[in-house]
Write a protein that binds this ligand. Structure first.
Ligand code: SF4
Length: 330
């Protein structure tokens, strides 16, 4: 199975079967991380109550500037420069964020002469309990394992996620081959069936200390890797930014980068649903399903009448279906 299809199945499995502590809830997303490191699958552990409180801020993510305002806006009216901490960059950018926050409806603004005063409408909740990062490698051969082991060691050293896992295909062997490779012992190993319905935890990870400083690689040159110190505040900010992106996107956002408006695009498998290409008679990858695909054919205009909504044909209906499923998970 191609990595993209495997990735979707790991996401679907995690959404159904991942067990957060207590009566928690999970949000699952794909391809999130930092500028220098993206994880294939990210699980955010949270609670129903925290999700309800987060919902007051709308379905779109809060970027780092909006988070700054949301976390520091006061309960009563105050001049913004008096109540917000020094941002470390020009205040005019903060004013811009204040206007965006007011447009989003989670703060209010008023003028006192030239001064802009603000107050919050909702308290930004502490809604992220844990972050779990999963690297997917369905066909793990020795050379792929060597490359991955180095990346996973860096993930452990940074400790941005609370747990790091490697997901690979179940082989049915007595000992899963991933266990025989030189993976860091802190990393968990998940063996996932080809259908993505079953998965077995064949090695449990160590819980990392996400609240302490870590180290991250900054540069690679001639086999040499430079590292820099990542302080605890930086990690907390990044974790929240990752969680916010996961909240907005979920894992079904693949329709936004693929071509559901192609006449050959279908959704199959109620477990997903997962994309299917009728022209190639297989699951397309996210890269090949684009306007550059040689088999791409826009859906005929006639499909946009009859039973389909006038605003679009089957492609539009596919996007709406995936969007509805994403909203239900929040
Ligand atoms: S033909 Fe190409 S663009 Fe159309 S669904 Fe298949 S992969 Fe996607």
């Amino acid at each position: 199975m191609k990595e993209f299809g495997f990735e979707l199945r790991v996401c679907a499995w995690a959404e159904r079967h991942w067990q957060p502590s207590g009566d928690g809830r999970v949000l699952v997303a794909r391809q999130l991380g930092t500028r220098s490191r993206r994880w294939d699958t990210v699980i955010i552990e949270t609670t129903e109550t925290a999700l309800t409180q987060r919902a007051a801020f709308g379905p779109e993510r809060l970027d780092s500037d909006l988070l700054f305002v949301a976390q520091h806006a006061p309960t009563g009216w105050d001049y913004y420069r008096d109540c917000l901490p020094d941002p470390g960059y020009p205040w005019r950018y903060v004013r811009e964020s204040i206007h965006r926050a007011a447009d989003r409806g989670f703060i209010e603004t008023r003028r006192d002469g030239n001064r802009i005063e603000i107050r919050r409408r909702y308290r930004y909740p502490d809604w992220v309990d844990r972050i779990v990062a999963i690297e997917n490698k369905p066909d793990l051969d020795a050379s792929a394992a060597r490359r991955l082991a180095e990346q996973l060691e860096h993930d452990v050293a940074l400790g941005l996620a609370d747990e790091v896992w490697l997901a690979t295909n179940t082989t049915g062997d007595d000992i899963e081959p991933a266990l025989l490779e030189a993976m860091p012992v802190d990393v968990g190993i998940l063996a996932v069936d080809a259908d993505g319905i079953h998965a077995e935890r064949v090695w449990n990870p160590r819980t990392l200390d996400a609240s302490s400083p870590g180290v991250r690689p900054t540069d690679r040159c001639d086999g040499r890797i430079d590292f820099e110190y990542a302080d605890a505040d930086w990690k907390q900010r990044k974790r929240l930014e990752i969680a916010e992106r996961a909240y907005e996107r979920g894992w079904r956002s693949y329709a936004e980068t693929m071509r559901p408006d192609c006449r050959h695009f279908e959704l199959r498998d109620p477990a997903g649903p997962f994309p299917w290409c009728a022209a190639k008679e297989r699951e397309p990858t996210a890269t090949e399903c684009s306007g550059r695909c040689v088999d791409f054919e826009p859906e005929p205009p006639a499909w946009r009448s009859k039973e389909w909504p006038l605003s679009g044909g089957p492609g539009r209906a596919v996007s709406q279906l995936l969007d509805r499923k994403r909203q239900r998970r929040r």
